[in-house]
Design a protein around this ligand. Structure first.
Ligand code: SF4
Length: 227
């Protein structure tokens, strides 16, 4: 939402990157940009094209940024926290828009987020990361309904329970270690309730727990007979 340069119009930023990436004229770049603004649901697109980021609402800026990112028709979009700081209504609109665009443009999205609700609505496959390591990955339903890694369990347990608003939140215990002092062995061992001596000595490998559902945990792998 804060990615546009504040002193350059939305349109100039959109056309500049098109001219850098595609062999087209300025007029064609303007046309493509205005069409993309319309495609992402921005009304009066040719007027918005001439405005600065501060003149647009948060949701509109997010749409304009998506329009800019997609105007060169990438095969893969990397979206880092694209719905953070949006209110839930706008967040839902942006998610719906991105889902539509995936279909229309036949592209993939790597969607980076801390919001498990957004993950559940948006993605096909999920990779759970801790300290820069993928600790679990699989189809989103499998990972959310039947997590295998203690960190994924911790993330899910930490969500507020809407059916019991009086229940206390259960955070993952401990603090995230400094990236400069990464723990030996399993990176999660300083916070894991299942920790065993081998966890601080060597790093668990990713193994398959069920069809296309992988996790990296010695204890769970042994318990569930995963290889
Ligand atoms: S390998 Fe050990 S420390 Fe790491 S998640 Fe599994 S039980 Fe916990």
């Amino acid at each position: 939402m804060a990615s546009f340069a504040p002193a350059i119009t939305i349109g100039d930023q959109m056309t500049e990157q098109l001219l850098l990436h595609m062999n087209i004229t300025k007029k064609e770049a303007v046309n493509i940009s205005v069409e993309m603004l319309e495609r992402v649901g921005i009304s009066d697109a040719s007027h918005r094209f001439k405005q600065y980021a501060f003149e647009l609402s948060g949701g509109m800026r997010q749409r304009a940024m998506i329009a800019m990112a997609l105007s060169t028709r990438p095969k893969l979009l990397i979206a880092d926290e694209p719905t953070t700081a949006l209110d839930v209504t706008i967040q839902a609109q942006v998610i719906d828009l991105m889902k539509d665009l995936v279909e229309d443009f036949g592209m993939g999205i790597i969607f980076i987020t801390h919001d498990l609700g957004v993950i559940a609505q948006m993605v096909d496959r999920v990779a759970v990361m801790y300290l820069g390591n993928i600790v679990e990955q699989g189809r989103v339903r499998d990972v959310i309904r039947d997590p295998v890694h203690p960190y994924t369990h911790g993330l899910l347990d930490a969500l507020p329970k809407l059916d019991d608003l009086d229940s206390p939140l259960t955070p993952v215990p401990g603090d995230i270690p400094s990236p400069l002092e990464r723990p030996n062995g399993c990176v999660f061992h300083t916070r894991c309730s299942l920790v065993e001596p081998q966890c601080s000595q060597s790093a668990p490998k990713m193994v398959e727990f069920a069809d296309n559902h992988f996790g990296a945990c010695f204890v769970e792998a042994e318990k569930q007979g995963a290889t």
